[in-house]
Write a protein that binds this ligand. Sequence first.
Ligand code: A2P
Length: 343
Amino acid sequence: MNETTHKAAVVAVVGATGAVGVELLRCLEQRKFPLAELRLFASARSAGKSLTFRGERLALRELREDSFEGVTLALFSAGAATSRRFAPLAVQAGATVIDNSSAFRMDPAVPLVVPEINPESLRGHRGIIANPNCCAIISITPLWPVHRRNRIVRLQLATYQAASGAGAAAMEELRESTRAYLEGRAHAPRVLPHPYAFNLFSHNTRIDPLTGYNDEETKVIHETRKIFGDSAIRVSATCVRVPVLRAHSVAVNFECERPIAPQEVRDLLRAAPGVELVDDAERNYFPMPMDASGRDAILVGRIRSDLSDPSGRSISLFVAGDQLLKGAALNAVQIAEVLRAQE
Ligand code: A2P
C-alpha cells in the first residue's frame, strides 16, 4: 500500500463539478474525513469557478498532467476516458486512486470494492481501486448476507435507473423536458437518446451484438461475480432508464442452493450493514426512489417466495438506493475510510 496515503491526506476530487463530484464533497464533509488539503479538479470549462467545502470557497482547477503533485488520495469521477489518461499519472505521483468510472473495474490487478462485502480485497492494491457500477452496488449489497448463508446460484435483475447515472446534464434534461411536456412545448433530447419525461427506455449504452445485452447489463453481470468472488454465479439483467432524478430501483429475483424462507431473508437483512428494511405489506409501503434519495441506506422490501419455483429456493424482492450516494460517492468515501483503517 502507498505509505503516504493516510497520514495527513491531501485529497484531489477529479470531476468535482459533476453530479457525483458534488456528493463526494458532501460525503467527505459530513463524514468528517480527515484531510490536510482538498483540491478540486474539473475540465477547462470550470476553471475560475468555485465550490464550498467546510464553509470555505475552494477554486476549481483545470485537470492537467501535473495536477497530482503532493496528492495522496485522488477520487475520480470524470468518466472513463479521463480516468484512463490521468489515474496512472496520479499513482505515479504517489497517490492512491479511487475511481468511480468503469475504466479499471475488470482489471484483475484492481480491487473492485463494496466495503460491506469485500473490504479485504483492498489489501495489496497497486494504487488504483475501482468503485463498482451503481446498479451492481445497489442490487448486491443486500444480497451478500444471504449469499454467505445460502449460496445464491442464479440472480435476475430488472432495473429502474435514475437520470443521475448519466450525469448532471441528464438530470437537467429530465427537469427541462418535464417542464416542456407539462407546458405543451416541444423538447428535443440532447443528453439521452429518447424523450425522457413521462417515458422510459432501455439503458442508453451500446448493445453487444453477440449477446444482445447492453453495456450496463454486462457490467452488472461481470462486476457481481468479481465483487462476490464467485465466478459461477449466473446473472442476468435488464437495465432501463426511468424518469426519476437520483435513486435507482431494482426488481431482484434470486435462487439459492437450498430452500430459503422470506422470513429468513428479512431477519438477515434487518441485521445487514448499509441496508434498511421497508417491507410493510399492510400499508403497501415498500422501497421507493423518493424515500431512498438523499439516504445512505439501501431500502429493501417486497420480500417473498418466488411462486414459480416450487423447490422453495427462490426469492423475489425490490430495492431502492441513492445512485449518487451508495451507488457512487458514499461507496468511494467508505473505501477511503477502510484504507485509513487498514493503514
Ligand atoms: P466540467 O463541469 O468542467 O465539465 P457529470 O458526470 O455530472 O456529467 O460530471 C462529469 C464531471 O467530469 C464534471 O465535473 C466535468 O467537469 C468533469 N470532466 C469532464 N471531462 C473532463 C476532463 N477532460 N478533464 C477533467 N474533468 C472533466
